[in-house]
Design a protein around this ligand. Structure first.
Ligand code: COA
Length: 88
């Protein structure tokens, strides 16, 4: 989570691109859990939706309504493609 005072300044995008570059270097798939706020960012950065979950714990006696979450995956991009497509 990015501190509320520093959101929408590019930090989440910068960190995700950094992690994508590490995954590409090692040829690894990457999985993330996204909130409604982060879903668009991850999709723009190469992640595909695997599924959607509703984390409404109130109906099980909890107090936190976590809302919808998405599971996403990103396949590694071969390094020569990464250098010609800096978006991923
Ligand atoms: C979601 C989050 C991780 C993104 O980090 P960030 O540094 O704010 O992201 P960036 O500045 O790189 O913005 C990337 C995109 O995130 C999305 N985004 C960020 N904050 C958002 C918000 N409050 N509502 C909707 N979309 C949001 C936008 O699509 C944005 O792109 P845009 O500005 O071109 O529209 C951060 O805002 C955050 O921690 N939010 C609250 C908690 C949360 O939901 N965390 C998710 C963890 S998976």
């Amino acid at each position: 989570m990015v501190h509320p005072n520093f959101q929408r300044k590019g930090l989440g995008t910068w960190l995700t691109r950094h992690c994508n570059a590490l995954a590409d270097k090692d040829g690894c798939k990457t999985y993330v859990g996204a909130t409604p706020q982060s879903l668009g960012m991850f999709r723009k950065l190469g992640f595909e939706i695997l599924g959607e979950n509703n984390l409404d714990m109130v109906k099980y006696g909890g107090t936190l309504d976590g809302g919808n979450m998405w599971s996403l995956v990103r396949d590694p991009t071969p390094l020569e493609e990464t250098s010609s497509n800096p978006e991923t």
